[in-house]
Every structure is written in C-alpha cells, then in structure tokens.
Design a binder for this molecule. Structure first.
Ligand SMILES: Cc1ncc(COP(=O)(O)O)c(C=O)c1O
Length: 348
C-alpha cells in the first residue's frame, strides 16, 4: 500500500525508526498536559475558547481574516475548494497534487466539482502552465475554470518549496482572470522555515488555504482552513454538513497551539536530518529542501520489507520509489540508524 504500512500492530512499531510519514508522531508529555488542561466549550455553539484562540492565531499567521478548525487536511482542502468553485466548474492542480491523488475523488463525489490536472514536473509550480490551461466562463462548450490548487510544500514532489516568484505570478494573474487560488498548505510551516519567509508571505497569495497541525508540527489531529470572514462563515456550514461540527474540541486545538509554540522552529532540525539522510544514501543533500527524501530506482516493496525487518519503516510511493520523512519522533541517533540500514540495503 502506498505510503502506509497497516499490517503491523502498533506495539510492534515501538523502537522502530518510523520514516513513513510525519503524521506518525505521538503527542509529547507537554502537549498531553496542554490538552488535559485546555479550557473547552461546545464549538458548534462557538463556545470553545481554545478553538477560537487557535483559529484567530492561525488566521493572523497566514494573513487572513478568519479561520475554521477542521479535523483533517482533506476536509480543509475540500471545503476550501468548494468555497471557490461551484458544481460543474473545474479546479486545476498538478497531476501529483494531494487533492486529486489522495483525497479519493472527494471534489467530484461530494461537491460535483470537475478536476483537471496540469503536468508540473516534480510538482514544481509553473504559473504559465496553468494560465495556458484555463478555460473561460460563459462559453457553453467548455468547463469553466474556477480555481487553481497549489500544494506547498509538495508531498509527492519530495517536500519541494514552491518558488515564490511563480506563486506571485499565479496570484497576480488570477486577480485579473477571475480564477481563485487554493493553497494546500499541509506543510506550509516547512516551506516558511526553509526559506525564512513568514507564513503570511505564502498565505496572502491564496484565497483559501488549508494548513495541517498533524504533520511536522506533531499534533495528533487537526487542520485549519483560512479565508475571508465571509468564506469562513460558509465553510462552517460545509463543515457541519460533512459531519465535522465538533463539540468540546478545545482539547485538540490545545495540541495545535502547543505545537505552534514548541514545534515550529524545530522543523529546521527535521530538514537537517533529511539532508543528512540523503547524503548518507548518495543523494544530493542540496536537492532536499525540507523534511522529505525521495529514493528512486529501487525495488520499493523489497527494500521496505527488508528495512522493516531491521526496525526501519519507510514509505512506498510507487513500485520503484521510497519516501523517507523526518519528524519530531526521529532524533539524530534514529537518523543514523536508518541511514546505516538503508545504505546497506541499497548498497550505497
Ligand atoms: C500535502 C497534503 N495535503 C493534505 C493532506 C491531508 O491531510 P489529512 O491526512 O489530515 O486529511 C496530506 C496528508 O498527508 C498531505 O500530505
């Protein structure tokens, strides 16, 4: 199964170096304390102060008016796209985008949105490629393009940071073209830490953006959708329709706030670990921009199985491609152990 290893009981994972994904982190003792002590209320009544604090904080960080706490990045993305695209209109995204690859056709299945992919080698955004594909409204022959979805950092693109000049060009063009931009910013934190830019630099170049607390930041659950106040009011209805209206969920929002306070700056460490791992595997460390290392041209199932037998878990993202993701729960000793095992198996 791509990127996921489900056939091993959780207890057996203890002690393994788990590089399958940055979603596998477990809440730290400090985070658990913050969760236990969180002030809560019924968030469907908008009475949970901790959720509200998280929403306000993330909206401000991303340079948006308002925000909505949602259980997952997939829900954040799907609602975000629905806010800017009507049934029968289309969203464009690159062919490897998470929104089209890993969200099980939700845009079509749930909302009647049409999806079209644009080839973007390695996931790297080229504004021109999108501009060339846009189809106009008001022409009864074609599906009108309502939105472009951009992923930053790019998961299948090996954690690449989208070039700011291309994001800016896409944004400037979109303002005149009447096309919205949705940002899948599941790992936007990694992009900001890697470039030293602030989050709003990226957030301001999108009409809607979904950011995840449950990836590199290490919260057990939760994403936040940011947009204008008007759009967030509509998003609240969509979240409820989808069954995502949650009650005393400040216990989860507290994990997100804790993660922003304690786990943001340390993402740089994950990036260093990823570069070190790449170097040990004979790859160019400079090509690793954030926390994901892609190893191509290998027998992925065979290597993954052999590594697992030696206590190292890796992700498979294709028959010949492995993905190694660094995160909070893998320290330098774990990286060294994984590097030794994988270098042996890959004969590097
Ligand atoms: C780039 C990207 N977007 C969105 C998501 C979806 O997040 P979730 O698993 O919380 O639905 C993921 C999950 O890994 C992701 O990598």
């Amino acid at each position: 199964m791509y990127g996921i290893d489900t056939d091993r009981p959780a207890a057996a994972l203890d002690g393994a170096v788990d590089l399958r994904s940055d979603t596998v982190t477990r809440p730290t003792a400090g985070m658990r304390r913050a969760m236990a002590e969180a002030e809560v209320g019924d968030d469907v009544y908008r009475e949970d102060p901790t959720v509200r604090a998280l929403e306000e904080r993330v909206a401000a960080l991303l340079g948006h008016e308002d925000a909505l706490f949602v259980p997952t990045g997939s829900m954040g993305n799907q609602i975000g796209m629905r806010l800017v695209c009507e049934p029968g209109e289309e969203v464009l995204a690159d062919a490897d985008a998470h929104v089209f690859t890993y969200e099980l056709g939700a845009a079509a299945a749930l909302f009647g949105l049409s999806s079209r992919t644009v080839e973007s080698p390695g996931g790297r955004l080229s504004a021109d490629r999108f501009v060339a594909q846009v189809r106009p409204r008001g022409d009864w022959h074609v599906v009108p393009t309502a939105a472009v979805a951009v992923e930053n950092t790019h998961n299948r693109g090996g954690g690449l940071v989208q070039p700011l000049d291309e994001l800016q060009r896409l944004w400037d063009w979109s303002r005149t073209a009447g096309v919205a931009v949705h940002l899948d910013g599941a790992r936007i934190w990694n992009a900001a830490v890697a470039t030293g830019k602030d989050l709003a630099t990226y957030g301001r170049l999108a009409d809607t953006a979904s950011v995840c607390l449950s990836k590199g930041l290490g919260a057990p659950v939760g994403s936040v959708l940011v947009a204008s106040a008007e759009r967030i009011a509509a998003a609240r209805l969509w979240r409820k329709r989808l069954g995502g209206g949650m009650r005393q969920v400040g216990v989860l929002a507290a994990a997100g706030l804790y993660a922003l306070d304690h786990h943001y700056d340390r993402l740089a460490e994950d990036h260093e670990h990823a570069q070190a791992l790449a170097g040990r595997l004979g790859l160019d460390p400079a090509a690793v921009e954030t926390n994901i290392v892609v190893v191509d041209g290998v027998n992925a199932p065979l290597v993954a199985e052999a590594a697992k037998a030696q206590g190292v878990l890796v992700g498979q993202v294709g028959a010949s491609r492995l993905r190694l993701v660094t995160h909070l729960d893998v320290d330098r000793a774990g990286i060294d152990r994984a590097a030794a095992v994988l270098a042996g198996l890959l004969d590097r």
